[in-house]
Every structure is written in C-alpha cells, then in structure tokens.
Design a protein around this ligand. Structure first.
Ligand SMILES: NC(=O)c1ccc[n+]([C@@H]2O[C@H](COP(=O)([O-])OP(=O)(O)OC[C@H]3O[C@@H](n4cnc5c(N)ncnc54)[C@H](O)[C@@H]3O)[C@@H](O)[C@H]2O)c1
Length: 340
C-alpha cells in the first residue's frame, strides 16, 4: 500500500502538473549517488521527477536533500519501492505520459554488489524489464545505466564501445558484470521486437558528493581514510589504472544522451587515466598538512588492471560535451561537501 502521507500524489497535485505540462522523468535508484544528482538537475530544469528507491544502498540523506530543494514540494515524488517487485500497485497513480525513465537502481560498488549479489542480478534484469514495460505504456525513452564493467579485465586500453569485453561469468564480480551485460542485451532485443528506441550508457568510474563513505569505491575510500589521517589502502601493487569522472560531467552527458534518438551503447566518463598509486598521490597533494602512508593489500579477484574510456562517440554525438573537471579539482569540490 502506498502511504498517502508521504508518497502518493494527491489529485490536485496532478492537475497542477497537467496545467503547466512539464517534462516528466522517472528515476529508479533516485536516492543513490548518481540518481539523486540526476533528479536534482531535472528539478532545476523545472521537470516533474519521480524517484523510486528501496534504499538498499542509497543514503537516506539524499532523499532529504532532494525534498529540501526549491520546487521539490510541487515537482518531486519519492516512492520507497523495490523496482524488482511488480510496479502495478503504485504506478497507476502516476501521470499517463513520461519523457524519460532512467533505470539506475542497482548496487554499484563491489562491497555492496557482493553483499547483495542476487538483488543486483534481479535489479538489472527483471527490474529493467519492468522499467521498459512501464516506459512503453507511458511513451517514455529508457536510459539504462550500464557500466564499464561489461568490458571486464580488458586486453587493451582505451576501451571503445565495439570491444566485446573479457569477462569472467563465474566469479565474485559476475553478478554485477554479467547482469549489466544481460541488461544491455535486453535493451537491444526489446527494441528489436517492439520497435522502441531505448538506450544505454556505459558509465566509467564516477565520483563526487553524496557517495556513501562506506561503499568501498576507491576515491571515497581514499578521502575518508585521508580525513582520518590514513593510511590509504591500495589493493595490489597500485599499477592498475582507472579513469575518474566528476559527477557533474557525467550527468551533463547522460542528459544529452537521453535527448538523442540513439539506441547504441555510449561510453561516458573521463579519459584521463591514472594508476591507483597516482590517484593516492593526488589525494596526498590535497591533504598537504599531513603525511599519508600507503598500505598495500592483496589484489581483489578479477579486479580490472586497466580502465579508460574511448570517448570518440560521446564527443561526436554529444558535442560540445567533453569531461571538464580534473581529478584534483573534483576532489577539492568533493572535500567541501564532506565538510573537510
Ligand atoms: N558510480 C559509478 O561510478 C558507476 C559506474 C558504472 C555504473 N554505475 C551504475 O549507475 C547506477 C547508479 O550507481 P550509483 O553509483 O549511484 O550507486 P548507488 O548505490 O549510490 O545508487 C543505486 C541506488 O539504487 C537503489 N536500489 C538498488 N536496488 C534497488 C531496487 N531493487 N529497488 C529500488 N532501488 C534500488 C539503491 O538503494 C541506491 O539508492 C547503478 O546502476 C550502477 O551500476 C555507476
């Protein structure tokens, strides 16, 4: 049952929405790191935004922050639901037409998706299927949050969209990597069978305010460890590479992708490549008032050794978009949000 107090739209609200007919956007995972940034940007554009999240990994404070934004009282609805469960009990309350459905609900960090392995698999498969069905009935375009992990441990760098990947289907990361690959195949086949125009973006490592400090992803890990005086933990020898995209760059690209008619996968990220050791050194540079030791621990099983997006297609189709925020600038912005 939908609680009338906090979640269900009141009829008078819908009539107001109909009067000025704003863009309408539904975001699964809208309480998470990326989903909440996406919701904020659409609210700023005057869109009507529905966030659906079960807070299995997202921070509840993201919901509070969104609800406190200007216009949120009128234009934001937050539904606490599991998107793997049938949508019929609650989606009947929503308007008949939507512009976009962003399917972002899924645990995203190894710590969370290994704890929630089966939930991760269902969110990216059955949950995605429900999002596609909802979007078809509402005339909306789905943008599925896929990942650079579909490339697995790649044999070369940078990785273009045409690369099929080097993925282990039977290991601790498989629940994430393979369910995202299934999700991509589902979007492809759904489009083919139903003559729809849904799309997907392959997101490379993104960081920024509102990340969960305990989710184990490298940048937020380093920052929280640095805040506590270190040491910074590196898994393996630190020579493995990553490309880190600041969240504002990523969200701008996703919004542009949504407006295209493109159904092909698109890499989105930042193509400056850093070894993990170099990333740790950048963090040390920012925390110049303290000396941060580095602690090396065993390499994680199936951890990719290199990761860098080939952004040729994104730069061409999203022109003039290009990632603009350097790692050092982004880290400084993020520190501000952590209150450091
Ligand atoms: N942040 C990155 O660097 C990155 C990289 C590649 C792909 N992605 C993808 O982007 C999406 C968002 O990632 P994020 O970094 O914001 O992670 P996040 O954990 O902060 O956000 C995911 C949100 O989905 C919610 N969720 C999970 N399962 C759900 C379910 N069954 N029903 C309803 N809500 C559910 C969580 O509670 C959380 O709020 C994910 O699909 C992830 O795979 C992120």
């Amino acid at each position: 049952m939908i609680s009338q107090q906090s979640e269900s739209p009141r009829l008078e609200d819908w009539s107001k929405v109909r009067q000025y007919n704003p863009m309408k956007v539904l975001i699964t995972g809208g309480g998470g790191f990326l989903g909440s940034h996406l919701a904020e940007k659409y609210l700023l554009l005057g869109a009507y935004v529905v966030c659906v999240d079960n807070f299995s990994t997202g921070l509840r404070q993201n919901k509070d922050l969104l609800l406190s934004l200007a216009g949120a009282d009128k234009n934001l609805m937050f539904l606490e639901k599991d998107i793997v469960e049938p949508w019929e009990p609650w989606c009947g309350f929503l308007p008949a037409g939507f512009d976009f459905v962003f399917h972002f609900a899924s645990p995203a960090s190894p710590v969370h998706y290994q704890r929630l392995g089966l939930e991760t698999m269902w969110a990216n498969t059955l949950g995605l299927s429900r999002a596609l069905g909802f979007a078809d009935k509402r005339g909306a375009r789905v943008v599925f949050a896929s990942t650079s992990e579909v490339y697995g441990d790649p044999e070369f760098s940078p990785q273009p969209e045409s690369y099929w990947g080097h993925v282990n289907s039977f290991g601790p990361r498989s629940c994430y990597d393979e369910s995202k690959r299934f999700g991509e195949a589902l979007v492809y086949t759904h489009n083919l069978k139903n003559k729809t125009r849904h799309g997907l973006v392959r997101i490379f490592n993104t960081y920024g305010p509102r990340m969960d400090p305990n989710d184990g992803r490298v940048i937020i890990n380093f920052l929280t460890q640095a805040q506590q005086g270190g040491p910074l933990t590196i898994y393996g020898d630190g020579k493995q590479t990553r490309s880190f995209c600041f969240v504002d760059d990523l969200i701008a690209a996703i919004q542009s992708y949504a407006k295209l008619d493109c159904t092909e996968p698109m890499n989105i990220g930042n193509d400056c490549e850093f070894s993990i050791l170099e990333a740790a050194q950048t963090v040390q540079k920012i925390f110049s008032d303290r000396e941060l030791k580095i602690e090396f621990q065993d390499f994680n099983i199936d951890d990719p050794k290199q990761r860098r997006p080939d952004l040729t297609i994104a730069r061409k189709l999203l022109s003039p978009w290009s990632p603009a925020v350097s790692l050092e600038q982004g880290l400084r912005q993020m520190l501000g949000s952590l209150g450091l």
